[in-house]
Design a protein around this ligand. Structure first.
Ligand code: MTE
Length: 318
């Protein structure tokens, strides 16, 4: 059900300078140079942002080959400038309010077309897979981007373990629904709970990650604790946070942004500089912390996924 026209990833977020970087990133860019960096470094962690030390260190994390050699965004950028509409629509709302969300006990229901459906306790699940650090480009549909050192494991490892049947063609993901802790769910900006989906071959691609941490520590709530998806060649809204359900389906599942505005947010949502969003260009992006815009790359630079879409018209399947 469409609850509000273009429930917004808002135009203001694209055009208004105050919105495109958080205050610290803006300070660094505007003032520039070592002095500004030193001044920022000297300021203790913003009270709005979880300090890196507050999260538990993740042991035995291996470096992954699936890593880009680009400058990482700061922890403050990554944990202070977020989209998590369950906690409000402003970029600083998740850091401010997501602390209310309880992330233990946490169960992930796996069901639908698979041989081993069950309610899995996250702490059991985390013992199954070795963790890797993967530094990925992350491109939001709002035309900003970051470079983020995630910690996680390939979604493919989990998918294979629960043995999808021949009927499984897609995977649907669902976020926690708990309006007592997620006050944004009382506001119908999206159809709650937040859902997302992938084709099974996309879910099995080695780049598709289930993240449990960032910067070597567990995820802060605002980034989707305790478990979130990261699909680096797709717009950021595909990377659903705080997952409680993974369901294998035969037909293409409903997804929150597509339900709210199908013309603006397609099911595929591959990063594509040649297909503009109806309200703004996707050919360029602002890397948070940089002043000049850079060119957006097809598939966000992850060319190795191109074969998944061979023969498809990506202007039609945006
Ligand atoms: N997942 C849920 N449950 N709710 C959301 O509002 N926002 C999406 C995605 N996952 C969102 C979500 C969008 S629009 C983006 S850009 C990324 O989360 C932002 O991830 P980050 O805050 O870790 O950078």
């Amino acid at each position: 059900m469409l609850v509000r026209q273009a429930p917004d990833i808002r135009t203001a977020d694209i055009t208004d300078e105050r919105h495109y970087v958080n205050r610290r990133a803006w300070l660094r860019t505007a003032v520039g140079g070592a002095l500004a960096t030193a001044a920022v470094a000297a300021v203790p962690g913003s009270p709005l942002v979880t300090p890196v030390s507050a999260q538990a260190a993740l042991p035995n994390v291996k470096k992954s080959g699936y890593t880009v050699d680009e400058k990482w965004n700061s922890y403050e950028d990554i944990t202070g400038y977020n989209n998590f509409y369950e906690f409000g629509t402003d970029k600083e709302d998740p850091a401010r309010y997501a602390g209310k969300m309880t992330t233990r006990p946490w169960t992930v229901k796996i069901d639908g077309a698979c041989a081993k459906p069950a309610d899995y306790n996250i702490d059991d699940m985390l013992k199954w897979f070795p963790l890797e650090e993967r530094v990925y480009r992350f491109r939001c549909v709002e035309a900003w981007s970051m470079v983020i050192p995630w910690v996680g494991f390939p979604l493919a490892d989990l998918v294979k373990r629960v043995e999808p049947t021949g009927k499984a063609k897609y995977v649907q993901f669902t976020t926690l629904m708990r309006p007592t802790e997620m006050f944004g769910q009382r506001d119908p900006v999206l159809q709650w709970p937040y859902t997302e989906g992938l084709r099974l071959d996309e879910a099995l691609h080695p780049l598709t990650l289930l993240a449990v941490g960032v910067y070597g520590k567990t995820l802060p709530n605002q980034n989707g604790a305790p478990l979130r998806l990261v699909v680096p060649w797709k717009y950021g809204f595909k990377s659903i946070k705080s997952i409680v359900r993974i369901r294998f389906t035969e037909s293409q599942p409903a997804t929150a942004w597509n339900q709210s505005n199908a013309r603006e947010y397609g099911f595929y949502s591959n990063v594509n500089p040649e297909v503009d969003h109806p309200r703004w260009t996707q050919s360029r992006e602002r890397r948070i912390g940089e002043f000049f815009r850079r060119k957006t790359l097809m598939f966000n630079g992850y060319d190795q996924v191109a074969s998944l879409y061979a023969g498809m018209d990506l202007k039609k399947h945006y």
